[in-house]
Design a protein around this ligand. Structure first.
Ligand code: NAD
Length: 275
């Protein structure tokens, strides 16, 4: 089994991105809106700040009060849309219940949609006209590309149908000529589907969901899940699944580092598009 090392690839990509930014003398700023302050959100944001700074990208985090009204979030987004110094805008999820995440996300100008989560952007992927890929989706594709794993003609099972991961991943893989099975919590015959899949990508957030008996020999496993079990970060794959894998992403150290690298990638794409 070969481990797909997201940390190593992130380092190589960030070196490459730093060079592009320096050579192009690109002035890039990421605006992050945070409403919920908890350990996970703080960590995600700190990570984005850290790697952005490493390649010479500025980050500006606006921390809003928990009781901020939806209209105030929208007004802030609209202000950032107008700010020529801002390259990309990111609304950190989750947001409080009284705020509609998708409604606010829709207000982000498409040329600043660094997460690629506006309807217009998601539709462009579905419509075979990819602009920006959501960062986790882009990260998964980069991992496959790095290890020269072909996608065309392969059976791929995706577990999880969120707008953040599963749905845009389905579209992006179909655009690359894979046969995709999009599975979710109501899928009845998950094992039958994963068993015939060359690549299994799990983004359900359920520990031990995918077990050794559910996959075929030499399958390729991408574990997107991030679950805290007894204080330890684990994915959706059971540990002994590695016996049957040809390639596998570790958790942590697989998809997670790729996601943050793709934030930087998308910012450069947006900057180039804005020239
Ligand atoms: P979500 O809760 O929006 O979606 C989960 C999906 O999994 C749903 O579509 C649901 O139908 C499906 N699901 C749940 N239980 C299932 C089951 N028993 N069988 C089959 N399908 C089931 O979550 P999300 O935002 O898409 O994130 C999914 C997981 O990926 C989480 O653990 C999250 O932390 C992780 N994640 C990791 C990264 C990363 O960079 N590594 C990025 C995004 C999300």
């Amino acid at each position: 089994m070969k481990e797909m090392n997201g940390i190593k690839i992130r380092k190589e990509l960030l070196d490459e991105y730093q060079e592009i930014i320096q050579k192009g003398n690109l002035s890039i700023k990421l605006a992050i809106i945070q409403i919920i302050e908890n350990e996970a959100c703080n960590l995600y944001i700190r990570n984005k700040e850290k790697y952005a700074a490493q390649v010479g990208i500025k980050t500006e985090v606006t921390l809003l009060e928990k009781d901020t009204k939806e209209i105030e979030v929208i007004e802030l987004i609209e202000k950032l849309n107008q700010d020529p110094t801002v390259t990309g805008i990111l609304l950190q999820s989750p947001v409080p219940e009284h705020i509609d995440f998708q409604k606010c996300t829709e207000k982000i100008a498409i040329e600043k949609d660094v997460d690629g989560l506006t309807k217009e952007n998601l539709f462009s992927i579905r419509n075979h006209q990819e602009k920006i890929l959501p960062c986790t989706v882009a990260g998964i594709l980069k991992l496959l590309e790095y290890y020269q794993i072909p996608i065309e003609g392969k059976n791929v099972a995706i577990i999880g149908r969120s707008n953040l991961v599963g749905r845009p991943l389905e579209d992006a893989l179909i655009n690359r000529n894979a046969t995709v099975f999009l599975c979710h919590s109501k899928t009845k015959n998950l094992k039958e589907i994963t068993k015939i899949s060359d690549i299994v990508i799990s983004a359900a957030g359920v520990p031990n969901l995918i077990t050794k008996d559910m996959v075929k020999k030499d399958f390729i496993g991408i574990d997107v899940g991030m679950n805290l079990v007894e204080g330890k970060l684990v994915g959706d794959f059971a540990k002994d699944i590695e016996e049957k894998a040809s390639y596998l992403t570790p958790v942590p150290g697989g998809v997670g580092p790729m996601t943050v690298a793709m934030v930087i990638h998308n910012l450069i794409e947006l900057k180039n598009g804005m020239k």
